[in-house]
Design a protein around this ligand. Structure first.
Ligand SMILES: [Zn+2]
Length: 149
């Protein structure tokens, strides 16, 4: 998967990106680049997982990205219980609405946080915890722009 520095402007699929919004990268990790590690709250992990459910994923690519660090993907991972069937982590992107930016992250970000102790930027954590949740009208509006594109 392509590496992008946290909080850099989004470029992936730029030609297809239907926004004039301030779209910012988070969680595009690579083996060749160090990333911040640390413990994050259960609440954050649980909410982040909701963003990764299939129905909220955009820019779905063919096939699955596997994790560069462990070779794994979340597909069919029983560790995630019944919900694992609903989240094909590794083949798309999520959108999280923050106060001054819209964040673009690969669905693998949940795996990075849970299994590799990736500690995303504070503003992203805040947006996941207190921004409009998946299923809300605001989040729905963002996703709808992708469907129209
Ligand atoms: Zn991994």
């Amino acid at each position: 998967m392509t590496y992008y520095k946290d909080l850099s402007p989004y470029e992936y699929f730029r030609d297809y990106e239907p926004f004039g919004l301030n779209l910012i990268n988070v969680g595009w990790l690579s083996k060749s680049e160090p990333f911040p590690e640390g413990e994050t709250s259960q609440e954050f992990k649980a909410k982040l997982f909701e963003f990764c459910l299939d129905e909220y994923v955009v820019q779905i690519t063919r096939g699955f990205h596997t994790c560069e660090f462990c070779g794994g993907s979340h597909q069919g991972n029983p560790q995630y219980g019944e919900a694992h069937d609903l989240a094909r982590l590794g083949n798309g992107e999520i959108r999280v609405i923050g106060q001054s930016a819209l964040y673009a992250a690969p669905t693998l970000i949940h795996h990075y946080v849970v299994d590799h102790r990736y500690n995303p930027p504070e503003e992203f954590i805040k947006a996941v915890l207190s921004g409009p949740p998946p299923g809300s009208r605001e989040h729905e509006n963002v996703l709808n722009k992708y469907k129209l594109a």
